[in-house]
Design a protein around this ligand. Structure first.
Ligand code: G6P
Ligand code: MG
Length: 222
C-alpha cells in the first residue's frame, strides 16, 4: 500500500481554471490585450507571475514594465480571482473526489495537497474540504514550482515517507513531470495526448477509483 496521496488542486479537486481565466481576462482587457480560452490552456499549472509574463508577451508595448508595475498587475488579477472564489461551494468539488478522499483516509493513508496556488487553503475552505487534508503545500512553501519536484517532495518529507510510497494526482503536463521527477507514482487526469508521461491515466475525475489506482501502483512494481 502507498503511504501518501498528494493531490493537485486546480483541475483535480475543483475546476478553478475558468475563474483564473475570467480574472486574467479582466486584467488583460484593461491593458488592451486579448486572451481566449485556448490561450488559457497554457496558463494551467503555471504560477501567477509567470502567467502574467505570458500575457504581457502578447503585446510588444508591454514587454518592459517595471517589476513594481508587474507586481501591482499580479495583485490586481488576484483581487479579481479572490472575488470570484466567493462564488464557489461544495457543489464545485469535481465528481468522485469526495468519495476518493474518504476511501484513502479510511485506509489510514496520508492525504496531502500540492498546489502552485497561493490561494490553495482559501479554496479548500470554500469547498469545505480543509479537514480532509493532513498537510498543504502551496506556492509560498516552495522555492521552485512545478515541473520541479519540490512541491511533492516537500509533502512526502513532512509525512516522513519514501517518495516511492507516494502517489501524485495531476491534470497538468508540468505537474505530472513534477511527480515523475520526485520518483513518485503519477496519476494523470486528462487526455492521452497531454499526459502520455503519466504512469496511470484517466480521462476525468469520475474514473478515479481507489482500487484501480492501487492495482496500477502495485503492478508498476513498487
Ligand atoms: C495553479 C493554476 C494556475 C495559477 C497558479 C497560481 O497552478 O493552475 O492557473 O496561476 O495556480 O495561483 P495563484 O492563486 O497563486 O495566483
Ligand atoms: Mg492542475
Amino acid at each position: 500500500m502507498p503511504k501518501a496521496f498528494i493531490f493537485d488542486l486546480d483541475g483535480v479537486i475543483t475546476d478553478t481554471a475558468e475563474l483564473h481565466y475570467q480574472a486574467w481576462k479582466r486584467l488583460a482587457d484593461s491593458l488592451g490585450i486579448t486572451i481566449d480560452r485556448e490561450f488559457n490552456e497554457e496558463l494551467k499549472g503555471v504560477g501567477r507571475m509567470e502567467s502574467l509574463e505570458k500575457i504581457l508577451a502578447l503585446d510588444s508595448n508591454q514587454s518592459d514594465l517595471s517589476l513594481e508595475r508587474k507586481e501591482a498587475l499580479a495583485t490586481e488579477k488576484n483581487d479579481h480571482y479572490v472575488d470570484l472564489l466567493g462564488t464557489i461551494s461544495e457543489d464545485d468539488i469535481l465528481p468522485g473526489i469526495t468519495d476518493l478522499l474518504a476511501t484513502i483516509r479510511q485506509q489510514g493513508i496520508k492525504v496531502g495537497l500540492g498546489s502552485a496556488s497561493k490561494n490553495a487553503t482559501h479554496v479548500l475552505k470554500e469547498l469545505k474540504l480543509i479537514d480532509q487534508f493532513d498537510y498543504i503545500v502551496d506556492a509560498a512553501q516552495v522555492s521552485k514550482g512545478k515541473p520541479d519536484p519540490e512541491t511533492f517532495t516537500n509533502a512526502a518529507d513532512y509525512f516522513g515517507v519514501d517518495y516511492v510510497e507516494c502517489i501524485g494526482i495531476e491534470d497538468a503536463p508540468s505537474g505530472v513531470t513534477a511527480v515523475n521527477s520526485a520518483g513518485m507514482f503519477s496519476v494523470g487526469v486528462g487526455t492521452a495526448e497531454a499526459l502520455s508521461h503519466a504512469d496511470y491515466r484517466v480521462d476525468d475525475t469520475t474514473e478515479l477509483d481507489f482500487d484501480e489506482i492501487i492495482q496500477a501502483y502495485q503492478s508498476f512494481g513498487v
